[in-house]
Design a protein around this ligand. Structure first.
Ligand code: SF4
Length: 233
């Protein structure tokens, strides 16, 4: 199975510092200037230290059981829940992916928080999450271009732990990934190391599409991820 791996430079990923301010809920008021300064300082430090990587492999087949909503990839049955199943149902193949912002930024956030520099530690923590999401976005764009050249389209990306997909299924996902996939390991609680990492699936096919507003079709109104997405818009 062909592995597609990438090492991204910090300048290649699209990060918006004002998103970090919004997530901190400090994008207005008297503290705005000092917070903007700290965010810039954190991002400058992260630019020189983060090891940003992404990898995907393509499984040529994906099957669905319409009765149970389960999907089968590489002989393994997943139960991603009805929201994700509905989005992937028309996929003919699937990309399994992982991305990471590297070990450094998670360690830095932890070290600052342990040293009671809570604000800067929290900014590093949010920046790490934003960096890995931006890396996933860029990896997804590389996949989209690759598939477009073959006349195919892709879906949104979906990860265990989101939209009703139990995080424990990350173990099944990693069992399908080649060794040392993106340099990420998984512990028994399905937590990834480095901590600022993300993994998941993207559907591929001639009849699938990217849904720009996936939360609009979902009736879970108090979902924290919906709120985070709205804060970013
Ligand atoms: S609101 Fe959005 S993020 Fe939350 S479960 Fe629904 S689709 Fe997923």
């Amino acid at each position: 199975m062909k592995r597609h791996n990438y090492s991204f430079k910090f300048e290649e990923i699209s990060l918006n510092p004002s998103h970090i301010g919004k997530l901190l809920d400090y994008d207005k008021g008297d503290d705005k200037e000092i917070i903007s300064y700290l965010i810039d300082e954190v991002l400058n430090e992260a630019a020189g230290s983060c090891d940003i990587r992404a990898e995907f492999v393509i499984y040529p087949e994906i099957e669905f059981d319409s009765d149970t909503g389960s999907m089968i990839i590489g002989g393994i049955e997943f139960n991603p829940g009805k929201i994700i199943s509905a989005q992937l149902r028309k996929a003919e193949s699937v990309a399994l992916f992982a991305c990471t912002a590297g070990q450094w930024i998670g360690d830095k956030a932890k070290q600052l928080i342990n040293g009671k520099d809570y604000l800067k530690g929290y900014i590093f923590d949010i920046a790490g999450s934003e960096i890995v999401e931006a890396a996933a976005e860029l990896m997804q764009e590389k996949l989209r271009e690759m598939m477009e050249a073959e006349g195919l389209k892709i879906t949104n990306r979906y990860s265990p732990g989101y939209c009703g997909w139990n995080v424990s299924e990350q173990h099944k996902l990693f069992s399908l990934m080649p060794d040392n996939f993106c340099g990420i390991t998984l512990n028994e609680s399905a937590l990834m190391t480095p901590i600022k990492s993300v993994s998941g699936v993207i559907g591929i096919g001639s009849q699938v599409k990217i849904n720009p507003y996936p939360c609009n079709i979902c009736d879970i109104k108090d979902c924290i991820y919906r709120k985070l997405k709205e804060q970013k818009q």
